[in-house]
Design a protein around this ligand. Structure first.
Ligand code: NAD
Length: 325
């Protein structure tokens, strides 16, 4: 069968890989320049930054098996650290038993491990889809037409999937209009001494999570900086500021760190990214994907299955397993 797949994040690539391994002809359409979606990274002279998911956990037995294989292939490492949390403005240790993993060298390694015999059209934003006599037709924002697909799989964020699909299917009907909230992500290269065991912080209403990337196994930082951080501002704070904010987000991140650590830090470089679709509100589906069998259309994504890295993998796996049974 010929399958068109919109989106090259983890769920899309996992689905494409399973389908390709079953002998189907898969063509992926991805609006950005690379694979990975929210496993994206940014290469700076002062360090390579994971800017989306900072780590992942594995709760499902099937996903745990996958993680074991990734560990064996050195595509994944365990990130062992003592978590901290913020309580009434104070930084306090918050130990737990959770095993946290990172992709190696970067989070998008999870996606590169799944690359199989499929084609990817990069920088190809699909703006319209329609069903006709010869199957699914996809129209790009640049005016290109791709046709003759037996099945269409969409793995973009819920809001974008709805925009694309509402004119041809009611598959998105059970999904609320707004599923995601934004996140301002800020990478900081800092100079100044802070305690060595502070590596990951579950934050507050301003910054929800802070990773000391320079403490992660395998991270290479420029010698002139002491630390490299990735801060994820809270959904509420990010929504309030919006993408077009005039606030100095990098300075806000530095101030937050300095106050929390009661230390003087100097910012030597920064990188900012606004994730429009980052955090999600809980959904209550009984299946981790949506399907319109009559139209030969399926919708997958981390957002269908809890929003985690694991959810992306499970959504794709369950969808393809059920559809190809
Ligand atoms: P996890 O189990 O480490 O963390 C889940 C959440 O539980 C944390 O964000 C934190 O609020 C809390 N938490 C966990 N351990 C804690 C501790 N020791 N002290 C204080 N609080 C603690 O990881 P996960 O559930 O696999 O999530 C991985 C990452 O993905 C997290 O950063 C999480 O916020 C994020 N996530 C995002 C979505 C989404 O909507 N996109 C959904 C789930 C998780």
């Amino acid at each position: 069968m010929k399958v068109a797949l919109v989106g090259a994040g983890l769920s899309g690539i996992k689905a494409a890989s399973l389908l390709a391994d079953l002998g189907h002809e898969v063509t992926i359409f991805e609006k950005s320049r690379g694979l990975g979606g929210r496993l994206a990274n940014r290469r700076e002279a002062w360090g390579e930054l994971d800017i989306g998911a900072q780590y992942f956990t594995a709760r499902d037995p099937g996903f745990q098996q996958q993680v074991k294989l990734w560990l064996k292939a050195c595509a994944v490492k365990i990130w062992e650290f003592l978590p901290y949390r913020v309580e009434q403005g104070a930084l306090i240790p918050s130990p737990d038993e959770t095993v946290r993993y990172i992709g190696s060298p970067l989070m998008n390694q999870l996606v590169y491990c799944l690359v199989s015999n499929f084609a990817v059209n990069f920088q190809c934003k699909i703006s319209k889809v329609a069903k006709s006599g010869d199957g699914w037709r996809l129209f790009s924002a640049d005016g290109e037409l791709f046709s003759g697909f037996d099945w269409l799989l969409v793995s973009s964020p819920a809001e974008q999937s709805r925009t694309l699909l509402d004119s041809c299917s009611d598959v998105m009907a059970p999904v609320p209009e707004v599923v995601h909230q934004p996140c301002w992500a800020v990478g900081l290269a800092t100079r100044g001494k802070i305690p060595g065991d502070v590596q990951g912080i579950f934050g507050d209403e301003t910054v929800r999570w802070a990773s000391r990337l320079s403490s992660r196994p395998g991270f290479i930082k420029a010698p002139e900086v002491d630390d490299v951080w990735m801060l994820h501002f809270s959904p509420e704070w990010s929504e309030q500021q919006g993408k077009e904010t005039t606030m100095d987000i990098g300075q806000a991140g530095l101030n937050w760190l300095q106050t929390l650590m009661a230390a003087k830090l100097e910012k030597s470089a920064e990188y900012q990214h606004y994730w429009r679709y980052a955090n999600m509100k809980p959904l209550t589906f009984d299946k981790p994907y949506l399907v319109d069998e009559q139209q030969r259309l399926a919708v997958i994504g981390a957002w269908c299955a809890g929003g985690r890295v694991e959810g992306a993998w499970l959504s794709a796996q369950r969808c393809i397993q059920d559809l190809t049974d």
